[in-house]
Structure formats: C-alpha cells, structure tokens
Design a protein around this ligand. Structure first.
Ligand code: AMP
Ligand code: ZN
Length: 114
C-alpha cells in the first residue's frame, strides 16, 4: 500500500534490520527499542489492524505465529519470558496502520502494561 511505512520496509524501499523473512512474514528490529530485544513481526500483505479479520485467514495467522515462535526461541526469550503486543487504535498507541506484533524480551516486563 502506498505511503505505508511497513509496506515500504517489506518492499525494501526503506532499510531495516531484518531477522526473519519468508513469503508471507517479515520480522525486523524496532528502530526505537523498548527492551534489549524488540522486534516487529508483520504480514507482508497490508492489513490495517487485527480488526481486519476478513484478511486474516488461519494460514496467515499460523505463519505469523510460527515465525514469532521460531525467532523467540532463536533469541532464547523462552528462558525468562517475553511479551507479544499488538497495539490497536490511537488510544493504545498504534502509530503505524499495518498490523504488527511487537516482540519484547530480555528485560523485566511489568504487569499491567502502561
Ligand atoms: P506502534 O506504535 O504500536 O504502531 O508501533 C510502531 C513501531 O514502529 C514503533 O515501536 C516504532 O519504533 C517502530 N518504527 C517506526 N519506524 C520504524 C522503522 N523505520 N524501522 C523499524 N521500526 C520502526
Ligand atoms: Zn502496509
């Protein structure tokens, strides 16, 4: 989609630090990390948010979860725990309207999140 930051990252028009890529999913480092490990997992297809359920079929969701799980294990995030965050809407802090899973780890994560 035109003017979508993450679509530009997916299309390699904007550089990013990619840690995982397959046909349907890209995972890259967040430019402003909020934890020692802070990655963003995105579907390559442009999907505005988790609310666009008609675009989120079970195949794509499985691909996303498989990729997140694999990268979490590669980074040894299973040892001390990690968090997956999907900010949805302005009030929750969603600043990029392309569905993305934050993967945060390697620091103490308090609950409830702010
Ligand atoms: P959210 O605020 O939940 O929509 O998350 C958007 C995330 O994208 C933020 O954590 C930003 O730090 C991150 N971000 C913005 N621009 C870039 C970029 N060029 N490369 C990597 N991450 C980015
Ligand atoms: Zn997009």
């Amino acid at each position: 989609m035109e003017d979508c930051l993450f679509c530009k990252i997916i299309n390699k028009e904007i550089k990013s630090d990619i840690v995982f890529e397959n046909d349907s999913v890209l995972i890259f480092k967040d430019i402003s990390p909020q934890a020692p490990v802070h990655l963003l997992a995105v579907p390559k297809e442009h999907i505005d948010s988790i609310l666009e359920v008609e675009k989120l079929d079970s195949g794509l969701l499985k691909e996303l979860i498989d990729a997140v799980s694999r990268i979490a294990l590669e980074n040894e995030l299973d040892k001390d725990g990690f968090r997956i965050v999907i900010n949805t809407g302005i009030g929750a802090g969603q600043s990029v309207n392309h569905l993305h899973f934050h993967i945060l780890g390697k620091r103490k994560l308090s609950w409830p999140p702010g």
